[in-house]
Unconditional design. Structure first.
Length: 246
């Protein structure tokens, strides 16, 4: 099952995993987009209208699914968003709460809902979509980056809890990635969103899907804890020094 599957990474991951032979539950808020995906991908894809911040609906999983879709082996926690690039003292509190609700609470509730079945079957894999923003701070990332740092640490804490079980957990942490609604959602302006990728060759959702596919395809004794991916045109460029206060 993958969340946020109606666009961007989630849609590319759904395509890739169906091509890999998985039956995929594609979950997202926008059912009509999922139905279009189902038309493309056929019976291997089950479209599920789901808002990961609707904790009642999430907690009803997997029993609320049709019986032959209930034994979920793989959860791809992809649903997430960034809102705004304002400095912390100017940022919108509602934006912060929305990011926390989706990127943290939605992700942990999805995990809590599907993990018991994986543990009972002693078989499963939870893949998180983290971010380089959870590893390297930058101005304006404040709460977004911190939600992704939570994702990374939650992944490693799950690994601790799951030691001795055949259930794997991985954090896939991409950097600059185009081809999705990420920057449009964040900046709420098409021109500003386009400018993020100006004169770059960013990652594409298919690159992320390739990483998820590879992680899942590793032999059962291998757990990939973390994959960090940046486009060649991006690097961590060191710490900033202010020279106006000296
Ligand atoms: C997306 C990467 O650099 O826009 O999580 O924060 S970045």
């Amino acid at each position: 099952m993958g969340t946020g599957a109606s666009a961007g990474f989630g849609q590319a991951i759904a395509h890739r995993l169906v091509a890999d032979g998985y039956r995929v539950i594609a979950a997202a808020r926008r059912l009509s987009r999922l139905e279009t995906l189902a038309q493309e991908l056929g019976d291997a894809l089950y479209p599920l209208e789901l808002d990961v911040t609707d904790f009642k609906a999430v907690r009803a999983l997997p029993q609320s699914l049709p019986e032959d879709w209930q034994a979920v082996d793989v959860l791809v926690n992809n649903a997430g968003l960034a809102l705004g690039l304002d400095r912390a003292w100017q940022a919108d509190g509602d934006d912060w709460e929305t990011m926390i609700a989706t990127n943290i609470s939605g992700l942990v509730e999805m995990t809590r809902a599907l993990l018991p079945g994986m543990v009972a079957r002693n078989h499963g894999h939870v893949v998180m979509l983290g971010s380089t923003a959870g590893r390297y701070p930058y101005p304006g990332a404040n709460v977004y980056g911190s939600t992704k740092a939570f994702v990374e640490h939650f992944t490693q804490n799950l690994r601790s809890d799951l030691l001795g079980k055949a259930v794997r957990v991985t954090n896939v942490a991409p950097g600059l990635c185009g081809g999705s609604e990420f920057s449009l959602v964040r900046l709420r302006d098409a021109a500003l969103a386009d400018a993020v990728y100006d004169s770059t060759q960013p990652l594409q959702p298919e690159d992320i899907a390739e990483a998820v596919s590879w992680v899942l395809a590793q032999p059962p004794h291998v757990n990939v804890n973390l994959i960090e991916i940046m486009p060649l045109c991006q690097a961590s460029a060191g710490l900033a020094v202010d020279r106006t206060m000296g």
